[in-house]
Design a protein around this ligand. Structure first.
Ligand code: MG
Length: 266
């Protein structure tokens, strides 16, 4: 069953999302060659708790980190540790924040310094596939429209959608119905309705779509060792169109509430 949220509840998820994207901004600035993923994790936990929120991933099924930090061929669920970033890496950072009982979830893959042309293309295709998917988040569309949008973009750019990892509904729980595959047929699946909140997260391999589990039973890698990318938004379906609750693509100035319009003079 897909739970629908009220406008007030969407505002609460957006408040968690605001902390989350400020955390992403801090980590983006810190993610430089020589910095370890553990250092990023510590900075994230400190910041999230300083805002009166909690890191959603910490302790989830025993996960030890506050963020997932997944470099290069690691797709998702990387446990932060001693790995020191190197120039030319891709680093996927996934963050979950709980505020007042509501969860927001969002991921970005960053280039560390200058990366190869194929890595740059992988990042832009994966990022664009997320925006294509968001465009489908309208009442009356179907979940398959969202999934198909990701697949269409990724495959048209020559990359592979990972089949065995999916996005999810989100709200009071980090993982709610529905599961959101990054591939599918338009016009299929549940109808999207106002108040549904989806964590849409394209996970894309530069090589084939197969993945393997790491020895820590958390990290997931591309099986062929190819580079991977991962971008995620928490987005709500509203009558006015998609409402991105974790708008990491906007600058702080653009996220600020619009200034009151000057009263027009008669
Ligand atoms: Mg997620």
């Amino acid at each position: 069953m897909i739970l629908r949220k009220t406008p007030d509840e969407l505002d609460k998820i957006a408040a968690a999302g605001d902390i989350l994207i400020r955390c992403h901004e801090i980590l983006k600035a810190k993610a430089r060659p020589g910095v370890t993923t553990k250092q990023l994790d510590e900075a994230a936990e400190r910041f999230i708790r300083s805002q009166g929120a909690e890191p959603a991933f910490k302790g989830y099924r025993g996960f030890p980190g506050s963020i997932c930090a997944s470099p290069n061929s690691m797709v998702v669920h990387g446990i932060p540790g001693p790995y020191a970033l190197r120039r030319g890496d891709l680093l996927s950072i996934d963050i979950g924040v709980v505020l007042d009982g509501w969860v927001a979830d969002a991921a970005i893959t960053h280039p560390i310094g200058t990366v190869t042309p194929v890595a740059t293309k992988l990042l832009s295709a994966t990022r664009q596939s997320l925006f294509d998917a968001v465009e489908q988040c309208r009442p009356g569309n179907r979940l398959g429209d969202v999934s198909h949008a990701v697949q269409q973009r990724v495959e048209s750019e020559g990359f592979s959608v990972i089949r065995s990892l999916v996005g999810h509904g989100i709200g009071r729980d980090m993982h709610e119905d529905p599961q959101i595959p990054n591939f599918g047929d338009p016009g299929t699946g549940p109808e999207l309705e106002e108040g549904m909140v989806l964590a849409i997260e394209p996970m894309v391999n530069a090589g084939n779509h197969q993945v393997r589990m790491g020895s820590d039973n958390w990290a997931v890698y591309s099986q062929d060792g190819s580079l991977t990318a991962h971008f995620e938004f928490t987005v709500a379906i509203t009558a006015e169109g998609p409402r991105i609750l974790t708008p990491w693509h906007l600058s702080a100035a653009d996220r600020a509430p619009a200034a009151p319009q000057a009263a027009s003079r008669a």
